[in-house]
Design a protein around this ligand. Structure first.
Ligand code: GRF
Length: 238
């Protein structure tokens, strides 16, 4: 889940290498682990400089510690209000000077004010084919609607909940007998590949926020890129 600031234009272009990334996660952290593994095997030109969480007990933090990555756990209960928590969180993130912030299962709505300076440099992974099913319980909502297809999206964080221009999506079929749990499980490996592919594009300076849309290799996308079977992202045919 994510909610953020305005969509200001950010020009695509060369990025520092390796790309410094901060990851925010509230729970299990399997998407974080995919990033850690890719960094360790040299598959992505990234350095994860910080993993931050609103839950001290989050498995994501343990994964980061095991990999020797700096962690930050902030308890929202210790703050006067949400804005104060968000302001402190993003001040501390800023001290690590990431070039990109990745929201990977960060289960809090964020104040647009703190996100505005990060516009175009903060992405979220969401388990649905946005704009369908923003928010929670996406797998069950897909089943309830009788959809034949499900998927995941990586998008630049915008002003609305799970809004902002979508960079790319992974699609999976809904099979007979699927439950919310089987859908979630089957989607997860696609999420991991989707996130890695999107971060690779950002690191290569090949995607950027361009107003209310996404520029890919300098060309405005008419629809999100699509994850292929080989793990690469392709321009979706009209
Ligand atoms: C993923 O389904 C992600 O799309 C959503 O929250 C879940 C996080 O899973 N935003 P994990 O913590 O990365 O395992």
């Amino acid at each position: 889940m994510s909610m953020g600031g305005s969509s200001e234009e950010t020009a695509p272009g060369p990025q520092p290498s390796p790309l410094k990334i901060a990851v925010l996660a509230s729970g299990r952290g399997s998407n974080l682990q995919a990033l850690i593994d890719a960094q360790l095997r040299g598959a992505l030109p990234i350095t994860i400089v910080l993993v931050a969480s609103d839950k001290g007990e989050a498995t994501a933090l343990r994964r980061a510690e095991r990999a020797g990555i700096a962690t930050l756990a902030l308890d929202p209960a210790g703050y006067f209000d949400r804005a104060a928590f968000d302001a402190d969180l993003f001040t501390r993130i800023g001290e690590h000077a990431p070039a990109l912030i990745v929201l990977a299962g960060f289960m809090r709505i964020l104040d647009p004010g703190v996100l505005a300076p990060w516009s175009g440099r903060i992405i979220n992974i969401h388990p649905s084919l946005l704009p369908k099913y923003r928010g929670l319980r996406t797998h069950q909502r897909v089943l309830d609607a009788g959809d034949t297809e499900h998927g995941a999206s990586v998008h630049f964080v915008g002003a609305e909940l799970d809004g902002g221009p979508t960079i790319a999506q992974a699609h999976i079929p809904v099979c007979s007998g699927d439950t919310s749990a089987t859908l979630a499980q089957r989607l997860l490996e696609h999420e991991h590949r989707l996130l890695l592919a999107c971060v690779a594009l950002v690191a290569a300076g090949r995607v950027a926020l361009a107003g209310s849309s996404v520029a890919h290799d300098g060309v405005q996308l008419e629809s999100p890129l699509r994850l292929g079977h080989d793990g690469t992202l392709v321009v979706a045919s009209a």
